[in-house]
Design a binder for this molecule. Structure first.
Ligand code: TPP
Ligand code: SF4
Length: 340
């Protein structure tokens, strides 16, 4: 007879480990860790069913600090490991942790393919616009002009937008959060976990040592309401201290613009409603930058389709059903040689 066993309700503390945390005091990674532990508890995750996979970097030390299974793998290659884990055991909940250097420079190619294939995993890309672990070289997301040991005269590179990259690669779930946004981040991560297919979440993370306050233009608490817009499906894209500003689509410039309610005849009817299934809208939202626009946070795009491992296992099942396996026939098939 089957015995009913009570499953213990997990709290964020249950996902803590006894490992010595090796991040600098004040690093944004601490807050993200907390946000992830909150999300795991909220979504009823089970440690024995959850795996964290990372590459190399400060952010990639993450698996040591969550009490689940974990793999600290090789530079930029976490997507390959995560794909293998998910394919062999689709019941596991797989999270991938990477940095802007790990995931978009050395691992850019791997990131592209895990998104294009739509492997059902959660990808968190901690964007601090710098290589933290290797002591502050510029990264693919660094702002032009940034002076670092590898760009002593200032970077002349055009930076990459992680969310635009994800959309371009075919991602069906694209979201954004901030390390300190502990009210919203667990909600966004819970949505990522629910999504079937690759979910890409860019998290702005402050590296206090090598790129401190690089996101200050929109993370300052005092001005956050005027510089951040947390989008929700089906809701008007309004923001600002008095919720009097909003985003409107300008049909002449074919672009989004910030308007103020009550000015020049603007009413709530002019303000766009967020439709997370609209890819065109998502790409316009991802491109908005401070200080002229609010930075868009939350679930920007969500439009599920069959995941990679679902397609692979379906194909295998079909192949198994279509043919009767005959091991002896297989052994005798083709040419054989007799060694004398
Ligand atoms: C093959 C290889 N090349 C280079 C390095 C050196 N390296 C270690 S971490 C890292 C980048 C880390 O930057 P990022 O991914 O942005 O993570 P952060 O440390 O900022 O969290 C590099 C280049 C390495 N370990 N292995
Ligand atoms: S170097 Fe930067 S990213 Fe790395 S632990 Fe220190 S503050 Fe965090």
């Amino acid at each position: 007879m089957n015995q009913q066993v009570d499953v213990k309700k997990m709290s964020p503390k249950d996902f803590e480990t006894d490992q010595e945390v090796r991040w600098c005091p004040g690093c944004g990674d601490y807050a993200i860790l907390k946000g992830v532990q909150m999300a795991l508890a909220q979504t009823g995750s089970r440690p024995e069913n959850t795996v964290f996979v990372s590459g190399i970097g400060c952010s990639s030390r993450f698996p040591y600090y969550v009490s689940t299974y974990g793999f600290h793998t090789i530079h930029g290659r976490a997507p390959g490991f995560a794909t293998g884990i998910k394919l062999t055991n689709p019941d596991l909940d797989v999270w991938l942790v990477t940095g802007d250097g790990d995931g978009l420079s050395i691992g850019g190619n791997h990131m592209l393919h895990v998104l294009r294939r739509n492997v059902n995993i959660q990808i968190m890309l901690f964007n601090n616009e710098i290589y933290g672990l290797t002591k502050g070289q510029y990264s693919p997301t660094s702002k032009p002009g940034l002076k670092t040991p590898s760009t002593p005269l200032g970077s002349v590179d055009s930076p990459l937008s992680p969310c635009m990259f994800a959309l371009g690669a075919g991602a069906r779930f694209v979201a954004r959060g901030i390390d300190t946004g502990l009210k919203e981040l667990p909600v966004t991560l819970a949505r990522a976990k629910d999504h079937v297919g690759a979910s890409f979440v860019e998290i702005y993370q402050n590296c206090i040592v090598y790129n401190d306050n690089v996101f200050g233009a929109f993370t300052e608490k005092k001005t956050a309401k005027d510089t951040q817009l947390y989008v929700k499906h089906g809701e008007k894209m309004l923001f600002g201290k008095d919720v009097a500003k909003g985003l409107r689509f300008n049909t002449e410039t074919f672009a989004l613009e910030v308007v103020t309610l009550g000015e020049n005849g603007i009413t709530e009817d002019d303000i766009l409603v967020h439709d997370e299934t609209n890819r065109h809208m998502a790409s316009m939202l991802c491109e908005l930058e401070a200080p002229n626009f609010p930075v868009i946070l939350g679930v920007i795009y969500c439009n599920p389709k069959e995941s990679y491992e679902q397609s692979v296992h379906y194909q295998l099942d079909q192949a198994r059903q279509a043919k009767k396996a005959d091991f002896n026939a297989l052994l005798r098939a083709g040419r054989t040689w007799v060694v004398e």
